[in-house]
Design a protein around this ligand. Structure first.
Ligand code: BGC
Length: 350
């Protein structure tokens, strides 16, 4: 079968290669791959900046934003042939650390976790793949065309879950959220904010293309100026930062209302220096009881929350997040970012 593979840390090594058909082990599903969402992490891996092949192998099958249809399911599992499924990205570390031992592998504390398509495990970018039934999540058949949005939705489901947990340290009644960045993570974070009945604001650089209207159609407000301009009109209780742009990160964390929470979700490149008034930032965080925290990955609880959020969402709005769909043999075009892209999808079914 065909798979999208790469030699991690080697730029220009991505190609569609013939690989052996996967054999499901005990307790595993055999799945026909349908589609793969492309994200910043995939682009980083292909650029030679990130990623690890499985031990003893040279190439890594790429892809962690999966969608497939079950071909074979083990007897007695909750799955049957024909079900739409998404595979979970992370697996607990083998030690395991305390959170990994309790199913909170998204909070792994020793860094020895593995990730499908990213770190030491083959991903879901192949015509067929296998997945442990315990790490597969069934999705509603009505999500067939947009199910690959599940994984990015789990990222924001976790962000909102942790905002809620951190908020419970006092009587926090948040009303307004500012999301910085209107890429897939930002827009899905905004969608979950709208589902919570919050007043939602989204800040991005662009003034054209699909993003402003996608935001308006959530009943949210779109801003394209500076953080200060956006904040001036909305005074957010919560900021979800989804650009990873250093300057924006520092601007954002000082701008919540008192007792506010800033959640950072963007993975930025390293090596770019910035001059900041560290005293002012510290003073502001202390005097206002603010919290700034980082959030990555998601556990099974978040997959459940994400599946619920997607099931509730307007299908045509979700469809509009997918701005391009390309077949596997045109993966290079899929990895090439275009100004109007929100989510680009690689179709795996031939
Ligand atoms: C994925 C996460 C993963 C992270 C770091 C992101 O693109 O969505 O699941 O933990 O990359 O590897």
């Amino acid at each position: 079968m065909l798979a999208l593979t790469v030699v991690p840390l080697k730029q220009g090594s991505a190609e569609v290669t013939e690989v052996p058909d996967p054999e499901p082990a005990d307790g595993e599903l055999l799945v026909d791959g349908m589609a793969l969402g492309v994200c910043g992490t995939d682009i980083e891996i292909v650029a030679g900046d990130y990623g690890w092949a499985p031990e003893g192998e040279q190439r890594l099958i790429l892809g962690h934003e999966s969608l497939g249809r079950v071909r074979e399911a083990p007897d007695g599992s909750d799955f049957s042939s024909g079900d739409l499924v998404v595979g979970v990205v992370r697996r607990p570390d083998p030690v395991p650390c305390v959170p990994c031992g309790r199913g909170e592998f998204d909070m792994c504390r020793n860094g020895q976790y593995t990730e499908r398509g990213i770190k030491q495990r083959h991903g879901y970018g192949s015509e067929r793949w296998t997945v442990e039934a315990d790490y597969a999540v069934k999705i509603d058949p009505s999500l067939e065309s947009v199910g690959m949005l599940m994984e990015p939705t789990t990222i924001v489901a976790k962000a909102w879950d942790h905002i809620g947990r951190i908020g419970s340290r006092y009587t926090f009644e948040p009303r307004t959220v500012l999301v910085t960045g209107a890429g897939p993570i930002g827009l899905l974070a905004a969608m979950l904010g709208a589902q919570r009945g919050m007043s939602v604001n989204v800040l991005d650089r662009v003034t054209e293309g699909p993003k402003p209207q996608l935001v308006e159609d959530l009943g949210a407000t779109y801003h394209s100026g500076s953080v200060a301009d956006a904040v001036g009109s909305c005074k957010p209780d919560i900021i979800i930062e989804a650009t990873g742009v250093g300057q924006l990160v520092f601007d954002a964390m000082q701008e919540t209302s008192a007792g506010g929470i800033t959640c950072l979700t963007g993975v930025s490149p390293t090596g770019r220096e910035l001059s900041v008034d560290a005293g002012a930032i510290n003073r502001d965080l202390v005097l206002e009881n603010d919290v700034v925290f980082g959030s990555v990955n998601a556990n099974l609880r978040h997959y459940k929350l994400a599946a619920e959020a997607l099931t509730k969402a307007d299908r045509s709005w979700l469809e509009r997040l997918i701005t391009r769909r390309l077949p596997l043999d045109r993966f290079q075009e899929a990895l090439d970012r275009k100004p109007d892209d929100v989510k680009v999808v690689i179709e795996l079914a031939s």
